[in-house]
Design a protein around this ligand. Structure first.
Ligand code: DGY
Length: 334
């Protein structure tokens, strides 16, 4: 059993309780404690199985979840009745059936803003690493196979002065673009509407096809929706320059992973930098075998400061809803 039945105050009045699906920084738990809430945390060092989640959610007034928890109709139905708020410790919420939650009167919240800069840094980590073959070089050094400096060894591609195409000009895409000025890059972006901050950076809004055809680096920053699933498919990859580099720190399913593997293996695309995968934590062995791809374990927001702020923000959203106030960061239906 994951948690005891909700505790009773001496007066006999049940305290409101919050369930945390997997450990978060203690600063987030402190926000809940300070608000007088009883907190139960999944004691296991693993995400919960769907049945475990279903068993827990209806026994609490609020839930703090993570992007690995699938909050589907079944889970929401189990939560309904008692649970009033589910706060995800992430900006993306493609793991949550927001429409079903709205029908059941459960408020869904997320953690925008606090992870923007950290995630943009990670996109640049991938870009620079893929361009300069950093992963490959590190593997050689660690394996004791480095034979010394060689004029013709590990030749990568320059980043400065190149064209960066940003797909999705929200908070993170814009933060990635901001960093490009130090590299004197030409900026293109693809978004549904014109973005003043992007334009102020000198970025030009173009159709997706033009962006793919003209960019040396393509960095993806769209949420995963039915519209963006496999946005970068075989055809899109075929439009990219052969020496281009694709960066994905958004969601794995935005790219057709099999098509990407074929493009990288067949020399149709120079390289890629990935922080996200189609079926996490599975990473296809075909991808692992490729030298021209940098693979990171979904760490876009993984700094101490950012994860602490995400936890605090999720907790503040729960506290607000349980106090009958408006959530600071609600997820709204499109
Ligand atoms: C998010 O916030 O959506 C990330 O993928 C996890 O930090």
């Amino acid at each position: 059993m994951l948690s005891a039945p909700i505790s009773q105050e001496k007066s006999g009045v049940a305290r409101q309780s919050v369930f945390i699906t997997r450990a978060i920084p203690e600063e987030g738990v402190a926000v809940l404690n300070e608000a007088g809430l009883t907190v139960h945390v999944n004691p296991h060092h693993r995400p919960l199985q769907p049945e475990e989640l279903i068993k827990e959610v209806g026994r609490h007034d609020g839930v703090i979840c993570q992007m690995v928890d699938r909050i589907d109709q079944k889970v929401l139905q189990a939560a309904a009745g008692r649970c009033r708020v589910i706060a995800t410790c992430a900006v993306g919420y493609d793991n949550i059936d927001v429409a079903a939650a709205a029908k059941l009167g459960i408020v869904i919240t997320h953690t925008p803003d606090v992870l923007t800069e950290t995630t943009a840094d990670l996109a640049w980590t991938l870009m620079l690493s893929a361009a300069r073959r950093a992963g490959e070089g590190e593997r050689v050094v660690r394996a004791g196979q480095w034979r010394g400096w060689g004029m013709m060894d590990f030749l990568g591609t320059d980043v400065f002065g190149k064209t960066l195409g940003i797909v999705g000009a929200g908070r993170i895409g814009t933060a990635v673009a901001r960093r490009a000025s130090g590299f004197r890059m030409k900026l293109l972006y693809h978004a549904r509407t014109s973005k003043p901050e992007m334009e102020a950076l000198g970025a030009r809004r173009v159709a997706l096809n033009e962006l793919l055809e003209s960019s040396d680096f393509v960095s993806l920053h769209v949420p995963l929706t039915e519209e963006t699933r496999h946005l970068i498919d075989e055809k899109a990859l075929g439009r990219m320059k052969r020496d281009a580099i694709l960066i994905n720190s958004a969601r794995g399913a935005v790219v057709d992973q099999d098509a990407l593997i074929a493009a990288l293996a067949g020399g149709r695309l120079a390289a890629a930098g990935l922080d996200v995968y189609a079926h996490e934590p599975a990473v296809p062995p075909e991808l692992v075998r490729l030298e021209n791809v940098v693979l990171l374990p979904h760490i876009g927001s993984a700094t101490v400061a950012t994860r602490t702020e995400m936890a605090r923000r999720a907790a503040r959203n729960v506290v607000a809803v349980l106090r009958g106030e408006a959530a600071p960061n609600p997820v709204r239906l499109p």
